[in-house]
Design a protein around this ligand. Sequence first.
Ligand SMILES: Nc1ncnc2c1ncn2[C@@H]1O[C@H](COP(=O)(O)OP(=O)(O)OP(=O)(O)O)[C@@H](O)[C@H]1O
Length: 321
Amino acid sequence: MTTVEETARPALTGETVLEATGVTMRFGGLLAVNDVNLSVRQGEIVGLIGPNGAGKTTFFNCLTGLYKPTSGQVRFAGVPRKAPRAPKRTTVSTDGSDAVEVQPLTSLTPLPPKPRAVVRAGMARTFQNIRLFANMTALENVMVGRYCRTSAGAFTSIVRGPKFRREEAATRARAQELLDFVGLGKSAEHLARNMPYGDQRRLEIARALATDPKLILLDEPTAGMNPQETRQASDLIFKIRDSGLSVVVIEHDMRFIFNLCDRVLCLVQGQALIEGTPAEVQSDPRVIEAYIGTGEDDEDEVDAREAHVQDTTVADEEDRS
Ligand SMILES: Nc1ncnc2c1ncn2[C@@H]1O[C@H](COP(=O)(O)OP(=O)(O)OP(=O)(O)O)[C@@H](O)[C@H]1O
């Protein structure tokens, strides 16, 4: 059995950018994330894997501040992430008699974030499902991402004064640079909805990069991609890392994750099963069992899928050479 080459990865000495400690998230009676820790250093690519429903997206949402964890803490760049304010309980009276206390819906579905605060702090993310402005051009989509870093107020924007025009020109130039960076420089004027699927995913990344993040979190960036698009996505993430950013990525594609990441955290039923290098995680029998299942499955089929998990790296190395 061949596993990932440990020596191929440079030693990381960067400062800790993100530190999650004891993060726990309950939805009513469901414990979606249970006491999970994770730290991410500058210039590191960390993968988050686990079977469906393991709590990956929920944990991601706790990291980005989209959800307020039931308990635990997330520190970004040394500062605790400010969670959204707790929902108020409302008291209603239907007929003027006894008031009834209403359990707010948000106790099951946590409050929406304050996105501006999150991006200003230096964290950007993409979502499992593409969320572009379909009727805007690629350039305009990236420019929208950039506005959190501009300072022209409503009045300057309406009268389109000199400050607004200067900022607008700088925003446009930076957006074009980012499109070039992700390989979409020639598609700047294409409407997002007309772009191929893989390009739309790149565009989302360009828009996230427009916020000047220190850390970018990618939720299933290769979902629905063909093998060529997946390889391009991998190259792009390495390029982002090489520019000094940290990356956290959720993926189901094992070949992609084991080749890409410096470290991998595997969640199962909301708990951290193992965190380690791709080689350590890849060879842990508990991961194989949790990820592909055993029990009722036909033994030959399990053997075949196990071999697939373990051989993905080899195959990918061969693809690349
Ligand atoms: N807003 C919510 N309200 C109630 N339950 C939720 C909510 N979001 C997620 N869950 C539940 O929490 C558990 C973890 O879900 P989550 O989406 O985080 O898993 P995941 O590992 O990202 O799964 P997948 O790989 O399928 O995307 C699941 O049982 C899910 O049904």
